[in-house]
Design a protein around this ligand. Structure first.
Ligand code: GRF
Length: 203
């Protein structure tokens, strides 16, 4: 499965996916890293890791659709058949999502359906929840919704700051994203309605 990872920044989940996909028995190949920001630190890391890396700068396009058509052309040029969003900070139009229906995963730093959107760790701390975590899910037109492939839970500890909690969650993100892609790419996990059968829970 020729997979593209879409990033906007640091790319630590990208690193975890690239590393996992090096294993000869891994069912997906990371064929491209694509960023909407030419200065994303992840792009340089991808090149160092020997993975093709490209940028499609959203700022130079008149609108979302023009930007997405350009993304789509690059994805087609690299014969990509699966997408992993990993800290990609642009919302897609329904057109783009339809092109990739059932073939695009995202990772979100919260236990969906709780804490959709941004600043998840700050909001979890403010609410005093004791369990927090991360979710890998298929992408649908609604933001941070879609069939769930994998979740991992972490405890929220007394004295946590958004930074310490984020770090605990991030370690789990790096564990479950490669597992989730493996489950989907191998066909073990599959969508049925709005659920994924063969999904994974970790804590
Ligand atoms: C991660 O916390 C991910 O869950 C969120 O954005 C962050 C990206 O981090 N969507 P990185 O670029 O993978 O290091």
């Amino acid at each position: 499965l020729r997979t593209a990872i879409l990033i906007s920044g640091r790319g630590s989940n990208m690193d975890a996916l690239i590393e996992a996909a090096r294993r000869p028995d891994y069912p997906a190949e990371i064929a491209l890293v694509l960023s909407n920001r030419p200065d994303a630190p992840g792009l340089a890391k991808a090149k160092t890791a020997g993975v093709a890396a490209a940028a499609v700068d959203h700022k130079i396009y008149a609108g979302r659709e023009e930007f997405e058509r350009s993304l789509q052309l690059v994805l087609e040029a690299y014969r990509i058949d699966f997408i992993c969003l990993a800290g990609f900070m642009r919302l897609f139009t329904p057109w783009f999502i339809e092109q990739w229906r059932g073939r695009m995963l995202n990772i979100h730093p919260a236990l969906l359906p709780s804490y959709r959107g941004l600043h998840t760790h700050e909001r979890a701390l403010a609410d005093g929840v004791k369990i927090h975590g991360c979710t890998v899910h298929f992408v649908v037109p609604e933001m941070d919704e879609g069939p769930i492939v994998a979740q991992a839970a972490v405890p929220v500890l007394d004295g946590d700051t958004p930074e310490t909690l984020a770090a605990r969650v991030l370690a789990q993100e790096h564990a479950i994203y490669p597992l989730a892609l493996r489950l989907v790419a191998s066909g073990v996990a599959r969508i049925e309605g709005n659920r994924v059968l063969g999904a994974l829970a970790a804590s």
